[in-house]
Ligand binder design. Structure first.
Ligand SMILES: NC(=O)C1=CN([C@@H]2O[C@H](COP(=O)(O)OP(=O)(O)OC[C@H]3O[C@@H](n4cnc5c(N)ncnc54)[C@H](O)[C@@H]3O)[C@@H](O)[C@H]2O)C=CC1
Ligand SMILES: O=C(O)/C=C/C=C(\O)C(=O)O
Length: 498
């Protein structure tokens, strides 16, 4: 397919879209075993910009076997750690060099602002690759003194951390490039092999990573990509006996299915799932910080962020001013395609998702909520105007479920205690924020918030050096930080009598 939209794109991005996309197995692009193909849409127009294979179970089997053979013969895991590090650093350099084309492809398939694609999908990903590259050379075990009776006088016991094996990585469509890398990087840094299944909505940049990985020196078979849907390709990956660990980001419902499949096969698993993240604003908070902070926290990437602010609880004296400030801010946003760098509000990733978000708003309106919507949006494309929802009934679907769109509910509370109780009244517990100038209040509330990450006076900042993951139904396991590779390695105890 050729890109036929109104923007000028990099020749490398145009060439990427023009060629016939294929699966990536054993270090090369290859055809699918079946004939089904999936269309990839530009969310700003709905136009089809590419097709990818809808992988069959046989395709997935081929990819897993390739990854397993590469793992078994040690072509990657037995490299010196410093050599794995060097390859990953080269991958970072390549992504940086081709960054503009990568950012444009990401914006074209996902809809997000080109500025965000440059800053996060490419810029932050480059930092994430360099961080993970450094971990390759930091893998270490522990030593122990033993007191076993009846043995020799001396024992030496230590642990080694060894790569788990083939990682089945299942990625979502909100940050297709960055979140795919959050799975691929710890796998490669620790010496594992990978089969990555990107979301069927946004499969293109995974194929771009594969291309760059080969150029960087990742050996054939170590990194494979199968494009396709969850029902066939996803299930085939989660049930494959040669896959040792599943790493999944997406909805809580699918995450549970992936977890069940993992337990059935006794695979290791990491699940990074949904959020319904509260922001608790105390009466002493500075509105000049809160308003831009919650605009970013709630509307970054159109709210399609698992850690996005979603429910604002504000102490009553500040309620009117906060509503007025946010209302003015959403009214000033201009909507347009992601490739227009001036457009601050971009389409959501798919027609299906934009209808789902509009459905949440319609239900809440019918249940008596007052909905203040911002800028008008183009007729064509998957746009949803940013919304501030007042008086949302506590049991409404919009109040309790992950919306994953540009929607903030805002509710006055009598005091911090009521705010905390309502903030914690959710099955989900991914992230939260507290807004106050009072350090004592901040410290107390951060301890009592039921969430994997709590920000004070900011929301939605994620860093490679800070562990990330969910409490409650928001997932299992942690990504990032110095212990990131623990999720991709097994700890083996060695005990020597001498
Ligand atoms: N935590 C996060 O970052 C994300 C959360 N979501 C939430 O999930 C909701 C639904 O979005 P979906 O795209 O339908 O999410 P999903 O969780 O179904 O899809 C995520 C990935 O899982 C795959 N998948 C689906 N069913 C599978 C199965 N049975 N076995 C293995 N893989 C499977 C999909 O192909 C995709 O690659 C969104 O409205 C949003 O609330 C969606 C994307 C990212
Ligand atoms: O703020 C960011 O860097 C984006 C984070 C996105 C997620 O963690 C997610 O949606 O999974």
């Amino acid at each position: 397919m050729a890109y036929a939209g109104p923007f000028t794109i990099e020749p490398a991005a145009a060439r990427f879209l023009e060629r016939d996309a294929a699966l990536f197995i054993e270090g090369a692009f290859c055809a699918s075993d079946g004939n089904e193909r999936l269309a990839v849409h530009d969310p700003s127009t709905g136009a089809v910009i590419a097709h990818v294979p809808d992988a069959t179970a046989a395709d997935v089997d081929k990819a897993v076997r390739s990854a397993h053979a590469a793992f078994s013969d040690g072509r990657w895991r037995d490299l010196r750690p410093a050599d794995r590090e060097r390859v990953l650093l080269r991958l970072a350099d390549l992504l940086e060099e081709r960054g503009e084309a990568a950012a444009q492809i990401e914006t074209l398939e996902q809809g997000k602002s080109i500025n965000l694609s440059r800053m996060l999908e490419v810029g932050a990903s480059v930092d994430w690759i360099r961080y993970a590259a450094g971990l390759s050379t930091k893998i270490s075990g522990r030593t122990f003194d033993l007191s076993l009776p009846g043995g020799p006088a001396h024992w030496t016991a230590y642990t080694r951390r060894e790569p788990i094996g083939v990682i089945g990585a299942i990625a979502p469509w909100n940050f297709p490039l960055m979140i795919a890398l959050w799975k691929v990087l710890p796998a490669l840094a620790s010496g594992c092999s990978v089969v990555l299944k990107p979301s069927e909505v946004t499969p293109l940049t995974a194929l771009l990573i594969a291309e760059l990985a080969v150029e960087a020196g990742v050996p054939a078979g170590v990194f494979n990509v199968v494009t396709g849907g969850g029902a066939v390709a996803g299930r085939a990956l989660t049930s494959h006996p040669l896959v040792a660990k599943l790493s999944f980001t997406g909805s809580t419902a699918t995450g549970k299915a992936v977890g069940h499949a993992a337990i059935d096969g006794m695979k290791r698993f990491t699940l990074e799932l949904g959020g319904k993240n509260p922001a608790l604003v105390l009466r002493d908070a500075r509105l000049d910080k809160v308003i831009p902070g919650l605009m970013a926290g709630g509307f970054l990437n159109g709210g399609q962020v698992c850690a996005a602010a979603s429910r604002i609880y504000v102490e009553a004296p500040l309620y009117d001013d906060l509503v007025a400030g946010l209302r003015q801010a959403i009214g000033g946003v201009t909507a347009g395609p992601g490739l227009d760098p001036q457009a601050q509000l971009n389409p959501l990733a798919s027609a299906q998702h934009s209808m789902k978000v509009r459905g949440f708003l319609d239900d809440a309106r019918a249940a008596g909520a007052q909905i203040l919507q911002g800028a008008s949006v183009p007729d064509k494309g998957y746009y949803v105007s940013p919304a501030l929802v007042l008086d949302a009934p506590e049991q409404a679907q919009l109040t309790r479920s992950e919306v994953f769109g540009p929607v903030l509910t805002i509710t006055p509370v009598a005091d911090a205690e009521e705010g905390l109780r309502r903030a914690n009244d959710s099955d989900l517990g991914l992230a939260a924020s507290v807004w106050t100038q009072d350090i004592d209040q901040a410290m107390t509330l951060t301890r009592r918030m039921e969430a994997g990450t709590v920000w004070v006076n900011s929301h939605v900042f994620i860093d490679p050096n800070m562990p990330f993951g969910g409490f409650k139904q928001s997932g299992l396991g942690r990504d990032f930080g110095s212990e990131w590779l623990n999720g991709y390695t097994e700890e083996k105890a060695v005990c020597i009598a001498h």
